[in-house]
Design a protein around this ligand. Structure first.
Ligand code: ADP
Ligand code: MG
Length: 539
């Protein structure tokens, strides 16, 4: 698929800078094809799937064609819903960072019409709105269409699904026919084609065609995460699977930099690869990656394109890729030459739809899994260590160390204690001092049984009603800090000064670790396993 760099597209320096600030490294396929054609003034029908960057595909040329000296209305963008109108306005605001004299006014239902009228009176060169509200303003003559040169119908399929056909037609009839008309849609139904026949003049049809691609035979797994918990999820996977070489994919350069910084801050050997790096810098990073000095490479799609490292154990899609084809390229980095590999994808809320598109396109299954808990990780680490110990025993050559142990035994130490202490020295760094204490607590002793019959642990938080804490604050804080869904949390009892929370015992450590020294509603809290005597106070 041919893609272009924004610098190759004859755009103004202001737009190029704005796009760079947005972290876009290169144009997506639909952008690569549509921007120049729209700038030539042609009518365009653009078709590509959701999430492929259609907004900037029309937004960039639309902005470039605005005459900043002419304060009258020049472009109208119609969107199906208020949310989409807001999203498009937001993207325009970013694109206009260095062209801020251009006035864009969003108009959608649900917002006081008076406010919109006064915003329009101040002069708007571009309006972004829903068809109903735009018609409203046309009727009131607060919007005059005579000077409009460009009309864009965004997400046309959705607009028709929502029953806006008549409104769209009414609006289009009122705009001078010399105008340029542009329509973008993920799908093209007969109804849309009817509209294009009636209202577009010799349109150029741009469709992003995709090739069939085969997906390697590897485990493809996704995790339902929150934006805020992605880093924690990432480090858990790293700790759990301990890959020798892994690549973490992000959608923008800025994300790459952020993730690298956070990973390095937590002591991982990670470095980033993206388009801002000069060739010599890239070579240095790649050399370190090949020889294992760096274990985690954090990269954008574009930067990763030239990578020729074969034995990557794990690919993580920190962001869901913009394009299904990127997904295939990304995960194709692992499981090469018959090796086993893992591909993990982080999915935040509604992104599940994008994931379904990817599954449909690649004809494979991406299976949901729960993130490993801290106990899972600890177990994995312990098993790993025990294996190493066994290997070391088999290898022999231990005389020097046997002598040391013998001298300790003579001092009346017991072999079992010595071995246990060595284990602790080696493994304790993982769980940390604070958590070690939890190990010594017998969860069974303080277990209650939840409604579903599963074991739960009662936790104590030193904050309550007096601190204006409500159930949802507790749930929100736990979910936000640990990524554990509110659904699995059991009952929450809030008293004046403190709160009790029941959590399934498998999550208890995670919750304590995540919440320790954190805040709920601005108050720094302490959390610990509830002592049995507590919890009988009055609510
Ligand atoms: P569509 O309208 O095709 O569904 P959007 O225009 O909403 O897609 O874009 C989806 C996401 O991709 C947005 O977050 C947008 O900022 C981002 N995006 C758009 N173009 C690029 C690009 N060239 N590089 C990286 N991200 C991009
Ligand atoms: Mg869109």
């Amino acid at each position: 698929m041919e893609t272009l760099k924004f610098e190759e597209m004859n755009l103004s320096p202001e737009i190029c800078r704005a796009v760079a600030d947005m972290g876009f490294e290169e144009a997506t396929p639909i952008q690569s094809q549509a921007i120049s054609v729209i700038m030539e003034g042609k009518d365009v029908i653009g078709q590509s799937q959701t999430g492929t960057g259609k907004t900037a595909a029309f937004g960039i040329p639309c902005i470039e064609m605005i005459d900043p000296e002419d304060r009258r209305l020049q472009a109208v963008i119609l969107c199906p819903t208020r949310e989409l109108a807001i999203q498009v306005s937001e993207e325009f605001r970013k694109l206009l960072k260095y062209k801020d004299s251009i006035r864009v006014v969003p108009i959608y239902g649900g917002q006081p019409i008076d406010r919109q009228i006064s915003a329009l009176k101040k002069g708007a060169q571009v309006i972004i709105g829903t068809p109903g509200r735009v018609m409203d303003h046309m009727k009131r003559r607060t919007l005059k269409m005579e000077t409009v040169k460009t009309v864009i119908l965004d997400e046309a399929d959705e607009m028709l699904d929502m029953g806006f056909r008549e409104d769209i037609e009414t609006i289009l009839i009122k705009i001078p026919p010399e105008r340029q008309t542009i329509l973008f849609s993920a799908t093209l139904s007969k109804e849309i084609l009817d509209i294009t026949k009636r209202f577009l003049t010799e349109p150029e049809y741009i469709k992003v065609i995709r090739k069939e691609l085969t997906v390697p035979n590897i485990d493809q797994i996704y995790f339902d995460v929150k934006e805020k918990t992605k880093l924690d999820a990432l480090t858990r996977l790293m700790d759990m699977y301990n890959p020798k070489l892994s690549i973490v994919f992000c959608n923008t350069k800025k994300r790459v930099d952020d993730v690298v910084e956070l990973l390095q801050g937590r002591g991982y050997f990670a470095e980033g690869l993206h388009g801002d790096l000069k060739q010599p810098q890239r070579d240095v990073v790649m050399k370190k990656f090949r020889n294992g000095t760096i274990e985690i490479l954090v990269a954008t799609d574009v930067a990763a394109r030239g990578i020729d490292v074969d034995d990557i154990d794990m690919v993580i899609n920190y962001d869901i890729p913009q394009d299904e084809e990127y997904y295939v390229h990304r995960i194709g980095r692992t499981g090469r030459a018959g090796r086993s590999g893992k591909a993990f994808t982080f999915c935040v809320g509604k992104e599940i739809y994008k994931l379904r598109d990817i599954m449909k396109y690649t004809k494979t299954k991406i299976i949901q899994q729960k993130l490993p808990t801290l106990s899972d990780i600890e177990e994995a680490k312990t098993n790993n260590f025990i294996d190493k110990v066994k290997e070391t025993i088999e290898e022999g050559h231990l005389t020097k160390y046997i002598n040391i142990v013998e001298s300790m035994l003579e001092d009346d130490f017991v072999a079992m204690d010595i071995a246990a202490a060595l284990m602790k020295l080696h493994l304790a760094d993982f769980s940390g001092d604070a958590l070690d204490a939890i190990d010594d607590i017998n969860f069974d002793g303080c277990d209650a049984y939840g409604d579903s019959g599963e074991k739960t642990v009662r936790l104590f938080i030193n904050a309550g009603k007096k601190h204006k804490i409500r159930t949802k604050d507790v749930l929100g804080a736990i979910a936000g800090e640990t990524g554990i869904s509110g659904k699995v949390i059991g009952s929450i009892d809030i008293y004046d000064d403190y709160t009790f929370v029941d959590v399934p015992s498998e999550y208890a450590k995670d919750v304590i670790k995540g919440m320790k020294n954190n805040k709920i509603k601005g108050k720094k809290i302490n959390i610990e396993i509830a002592k049995k005597t507590k919890g009988k106070g009055k609510k």
